[in-house]
Design a protein around this ligand. Structure first.
Ligand code: ADP
Length: 415
């Protein structure tokens, strides 16, 4: 372990998949870690001086806690993990005079309606949109909707509650479904005014990609572009395959990078990880979403930089002021399959894991939901059954390996 005198505050939501990856990256760098989390559970293995509980849904209060802590234990850098910490990181960074995104820009990325407004005003290709109050009778807005359209909550993530509607009947049904999702206990507990509206957008046809990057003093450094070879045409938008490098022509990749860079600039993002989803069609690249965080789930395991540096380590290096500009993703094509939840019930058994692991190129299969646990598919759910990782000599082979491994798995869900 290297020695490093910096103290890093890591904001780790209890439900993150990535606590271990960030903690081991920090230990690799030898930085002193302090963890802020929303429940004690994540912190149980850390000493009290190295952890505290904060409420991510109350960023003003949480910032006060962080500032008070920093008076006795100076903090040199803050890294937030997953969507729920984005606004808090920017607020705490501002309070401690650490370089990061402005609070305003972080807030824009956490509100899909605000984001659409900013992108449209900057002339960045993005779908036509309209916010609709959850109390509106859908029939009253029907005449203004272009079909097909996509309905979505303003502030949820992982495609939760994102639904395509091809006609008014589907629109009304999707609207009802989203209203009921916004009424689920975990969503209500957030006490969030954004849950009073639903965003309705034109459906943008085309292939989808994700861009993983890091902003350094306002400049976008591209870390990877992932193709998503499974069509995402709805009605729900289940993420499955992510494969890098992209097989799209160079000009299209340049368009993807330029569109993401303009979107980050329009929103005012300047420092730290960004993850963007874009669609590509005859009109070029369209921004579906840009978030001030790194890729979710365990998907970061597909990426390695320089001599085996993880994405989490790269993010921490940047936060503590080390140079990351020269780091490049290792050349070998890699990919992940996020295993979707096929139906609601209790996960009873997983068959075929040994067979699936034997597929050439498959490096790891991780099941992220314990046997006996209740599972919920989209549009209500927001978890994956697990992740399959592969590395091969071409992206095509990665895709074949992931599909074959998935085919060999069987999930027994009852009830
Ligand atoms: P979340 O933040 O919950 O992931 P997004 O707004 O990124 O929500 O939408 C999730 C997925 O739904 C996108 O990756 C895309 O596949 C699909 N999607 C969302 N909006 C549109 C749209 N306007 N046109 C086409 N597909 C869309």
């Amino acid at each position: 372990m290297k020695k490093n005198k910096k103290r890093l505050l890591l904001l780790l939501p209890t439900k993150t998949y990535r606590a271990e990856a960030f903690l081991s990256a920090a230990s690799q760098l030898g930085v002193t870690v302090v963890v802020g989390s929303d429940q004690l559970q994540t912190l149980s293995e850390l000493s009290p001086r190295k952890s505290f509980v904060i409420d991510f849904s109350r960023p003003e209060e949480a910032t006060k806690t962080i500032v008070a802590f920093a008076q006795t234990h100076p903090i040199d850098a803050i890294v937030g993990v997953d969507d729920d910490t984005t606004v808090l990181v920017s607020m705490a960074a501002q309070a401690l005079s650490l370089p990061y995104n402005s609070v305003e820009s972080a807030r824009i990325t956490r509100n899909k309606y605000q984001m659409r407004k900013v992108l449209a005003a900057a002339g960045i290709p993005s779908p036509r949109f309209e916010p609709v109050s959850i109390n509106t009778n859908p029939a009253r807005v029907a005449s203004r909707i272009n079909f097909p359209c996509v309905l979505k909550p303003l502030s949820l993530s992982a495609s939760r509650g994102v639904i395509r509607a091809n006609d008014f009947k589907e629109f009304r049904q999707a609207f009802r479904t989203i209203v009921s999702i916004l009424d689920l206990p975990d969503v209500r507990a957030r006490n969030d005014p954004r849950t009073q509206q639903i965003l309705v957008e034109d459906f943008i046809p085309g292939v989808e990609v994700a861009l993983e990057g890091i902003l350094i003093r306002g400049q976008l450094k591209v870390l990877a572009i992932f193709d998503k070879p499974d069509p995402l045409d709805g009605p729900f938008f289940e993420e499955t395959l992510y494969i890098t490098p992209s097989r799209l022509p160079v000009e299209i990749q340049e368009d993807i990078i330029s569109c993401t860079s303009q979107a980050a600039e329009a929103i005012g993002l300047r420092e730290g990880p960004v993850h963007a989803e874009l669609r590509i069609n005859n009109h070029g690249a369209w921004i579906i979403e840009i978030a001030a965080r790194s890729i979710g789930g365990l998907c970061a395991r597909t990426l390695r930089f320089g001599t085996g540096i993880s994405l989490e380590e790269l993010i921490i290096r940047h936060a503590i002021g080390m140079d990351v500009e020269s780091l490049q993703r290792e050349q070998q094509p890699a990919g992940v399959m996020m295993i979707p939840i096929p139906r609601a019930g209790i996960l009873r058994q997983i068959k075929g894991k040994t067979d699936a692991n034997q597929v050439a190129g498959v490096k790891e299969i991780t099941i992220s939901i314990p046997i006996g646990r209740e599972v919920l598919p989209l549009p209500e759910g927001a978890r994956y059954l697990g992740f399959i990782f592969a590395r091969c000599s071409t992206p095509e082979q990665v895709e074949i390996a992931l599909r074959e491994a998935y085919r060999r798995l069987e999930f027994v869900i009852t009830g």
